[in-house]
Design a protein around this ligand. Structure first.
Ligand code: CAA
Length: 262
């Protein structure tokens, strides 16, 4: 896949490969314009449909995961432009359609739309250099791609209000304490550490991965009773797969499972 604003590469040692997407507008600290977001949507959907891919990683540069939506591009827009054209936030929900696990590997700034993009991923692994923030208030607006909704769910109302109302940035250690990121690793080791995690994911049965992701998302977006029932149905359904037979038989025989993703 060739793009103007992204680099893409398949990596990994596991039976399924990891699709790496690197946001690549270095001169603008990976500011997320519509062209970049259109390409990101296309890359995500292509790998979601590719049977050789088990997991996707979105990353940026050492200095910035992404410094937000492109301020220069939107500075002159009026209400009718953004509302009718669905500008700035167009295409962001594409990430929600991806059924395979998506990891955000964040180094440097993840601000505004950059923080929102990371939160749209299934989980975030941060370099110790990472800085998260929703500074839109300084621009006379508010977060527009889910920041006011996902940040409180991740770090609680107090920290989210603090960040959204004052534009204060959260460093990697505070983000891990608050539950925004799952792990913090040394910046120099970010890609290797994330690939090691992705390899573990890519060693599992793909139907189980899809079901697990769907179930955890139910916990995030629905009621407990509905989520528990949904999980039970998915758990039972996985007994129809060949991979359930293989996974359990391999445990009994004290060997590694050889999943065929059926
Ligand atoms: N949009 C467009 N260009 C941006 C940008 C953005 N969000 N962030 C940085 N850039 C550009 C700068 O204009 C600059 O370009 P030039 O070299 O051509 O002048 C280049 O990237 C480097 O940036 P700085 O010189 O500012 O670098 P710095 O190290 O001094 O500061 C920073 C880094 C603190 C991240 C600072 O760039 C900054 O505050 N950026 C804006 C962050 C922001 O407000 N994000 C929210 C955007 S709105 C949004 O995201 C809405 C939404 O919810 C969808």
């Amino acid at each position: 896949m060739a793009f103007e604003n992204l680099l893409t590469e398949l990596r990994g040692e596991a039976p399924l490969k990891t699709g790496w997407i690197t946001l690549n507008r270095p001169k603008a600290l990976n500011a997320l314009n519509d062209a970049l977001m259109d390409e990101l949507g296309a890359a995500l959907l292509a790998w979601d449909a590719d049977d050789t891919v088990g997991c996707i990683v979105i990353t940026g540069s050492e200095k910035a995961f992404a410094a937000g939506a492109d301020i220069g591009a939107m500075a002159s827009y009026g209400f009718t432009d953004v509302y009718r054209g669905d500008y700035i936030t167009r295409n962001w929900e594409t990430l929600k359609k991806v059924r395979k696990p998506v990891i955000a590997a964040v180094a440097g700034y993840a601000l505004g739309g950059g923080c929102e993009l990371a939160m749209l991923c299934d989980f975030i692994i941060a370099a110790d250099s990472a800085k998260f923030g929703q500074p839109e208030i300084k621009l006379g607006v508010i977060p527009g791609a889910g920041g006011t909704q996902r940040l409180p769910r991740a770090v609680g109302k107090a920290k989210a209000m603090d960040m959204v109302l004052t534009a204060r940035m959260m460093d990697a250690a505070e983000a891990e304490r608050g539950g925004l990121v799952s792990r913090v690793v040394p910046a120099a080791a970010l890609q290797a550490e994330v690939q090691a995690v992705a390899d573990i994911i890519c060693s599992q049965s793909l139907p189980s991965l899809l079901a697990a992701k769907e179930c955890v998302n139910r916990a995030y977006e629905g009621t407990l009773a509905d989520g528990v029932m949904f999980e039970r149905r998915m758990f039972h359904a996985l007994f129809a797969t060949a991979d359930q037979k293989e996974g359990m038989q391999a445990f009994v025989e004290k060997r590694k499972p050889a999943f065929n993703h059926r």
